[in-house]
Write a new protein. Structure first.
Length: 461
């Protein structure tokens, strides 16, 4: 288009032809050359508000000039004009980049001009420059733009034909000497059109080959995407893992104190002859796993907190990362002797809690045991205050409720253990009021429900 415009202007100047009134023409100052404007005139908006497409319909130097006039309210300086034209010609920048650079510059902000529809494309262009992510994003955007590029090729063909008709109408009204010049230009355009069609065919072949290559690339990159997604999720949760680990250190109690509390279950384990196949759900810092190891019992812990897992591994404990329910679902039926969960049920929604109990029952061997410990809301201080110290707690669970759930989901025998009554703080006296007061305020802050997966014969009894 630039070559055609220059050729027409030169030949009109040589032959002294006058412009046709029907076309948008202008005389270059000081030269007497009549130029044909093949792009619409730009009219700055009085309210300083534009839509991004108000600029994108222009091309080349006309686009740069109109961008300066609209965004900065002045013509382009020579340095800026040359820099942007060179960047557009080389493909380093596109028109959205030029608009964004002008609009978000200091001068652009001071001008007060608003451009709707520019923020999102400019942000996407920034993402395309990010290493690796930009490359992958460019591939995705290129795939998405294939249909649009194909449509633009067809529009370019139509645009070229329209410009031919415009030039023919112009020269038909001019002197007969211009007819030969028009024919030469038309021939040039026809050759250009033939080249465009040839390039279009090549592009369609390239598009097909590229799609096949991208499909193969997508299949090969699928595992990488999954790994990157996992790493990203891990990075997001890491800071919360650190925070919760610090919270446990502050409010849960010292490690040795917790181990001492958990020793209450060791007689139960020994009486039932359990020496292996033990799973601790939500193993946390691994106090129970350490007790099991010291007692010569093989146990494995499941948790999703990376900080807790690292501490367990530093102590040589067998702890793996995972979801408690998903891990149980991966095990065969009747494969475990003991499943424990210390202060985990109060973190679980009701439907997931029922599913967890079902999976515990399914995986326990006949005669296997489940131990679920949780805060005791019958203690007023626990139920009204200390339970809510942990922001990840959902709601207190009364012992009768948890015992009922285990019985209804198949445990043939259950028992409630009230833990750590503060008898030293009991108020002396035998009256009913004193007994109730001691129970409600100094009673067991925790309890555990123990469930036995009785074999059929014992269940019938």
């Amino acid at each position: 288009m630039h070559e055609i415009r220059a050729t027409v202007a030169r030949r009109r100047g040589e032959n002294g032809l006058q412009p046709v009134a029907a076309l948008d023409t202008a005389q270059t100052p000081g030269t007497g050359v009549i130029a044909i404007n093949l792009q619409p005139a730009f009219k700055p908006h009085s309210n300083d508000r534009y839509q991004v497409n108000d600029f994108l319909k222009y091309h080349g130097a006309t686009f740069v000039r109109n961008a300066y006039l609209g965004v900065l309210k002045r013509p382009p300086d020579q340095v800026g004009n040359d820099r942007f034209l060179a960047a557009l010609a080389s493909g380093e920048l596109n028109k959205l980049d030029v608009l964004a650079l002008l609009h978000y510059s200091d001068e652009g902000r001071q001008s007060g001009v608003k451009i709707t529809g520019l923020s999102l494309p400019a942000f996407v262009r920034k993402l395309e420059r990010v290493p690796l992510l930009g490359y992958l994003l460019s591939i995705v955007i290129a795939i998405a733009r294939f249909p649009n590029l194909h449509r633009q090729l067809r529009q370019s063909e139509f645009h070229l034909m329209t410009q031919q008709e415009t030039l023919l109408n112009h020269f038909d009204r001019a002197h007969h000497q211009a007819i030969g010049q028009v024919r030469e230009i038309v021939a040039d355009q026809q050759r250009t059109l033939a080249t465009v069609r040839e390039r279009q065919q090549q592009f369609e072949e390239f598009q097909q080959n590229t799609r096949a290559a991208i499909d193969q690339l997508g299949e090969s990159l699928a595992p990488v995407w999954q790994r990157l997604s996992a790493i990203e999720e891990k990075a997001k949760s890491w800071s919360l893992d650190d925070l919760y680990a610090a919270f446990e250190d502050e409010f849960r109690g010292e490690r040795e104190e917790i181990k001492k509390r958990l020793e209450v279950y060791l007689p139960l384990v020994r009486e039932n002859g359990i020496i292996a196949d033990v799973v601790d759900l939500g193993c946390g810092r691994g106090e129970w796993l350490e007790l099991m190891r010291d007692a010569g019992i093989a146990a494995i812990g499941i948790d999703h907190n990376a900080v807790f897992l690292e501490r367990c591994r530093e102590l040589g404990l067998n702890a793996i990362e995972g979801d408690a329910i998903a891990y149980l679902q991966s095990l065969p039926a009747n494969s475990l002797s003991l499943v424990t969960g210390f202060h985990i049920v109060e973190h679980v929604p009701f439907k997931e809690l029922v599913l967890m109990i079902d999976e515990i029952h399914r995986t326990l061997k006949p005669g296997g045991i489940a131990i679920l410990e949780t805060p005791n809301p019958e203690n007023f201080m626990v139920g009204s205050y200390t339970f809510y110290t942990d922001p990840t707690h959902r709601n207190p669970i009364p012992s009768s409720t948890l015992q009922f759930l285990l019985e209804m989901r198949g445990f043939g025998r259950t028992e409630v253990m009230k833990l750590r009554e503060w008898k030293a703080a009991f108020i002396p006296g035998d009256s009913e009021l004193v007994k109730r007061f001691n129970e409600y305020f100094y009673g067991a802050p925790d309890y555990a429900v123990v469930g036995w997966n009785l074999p059929p014969a014992a269940d019938n009894v």
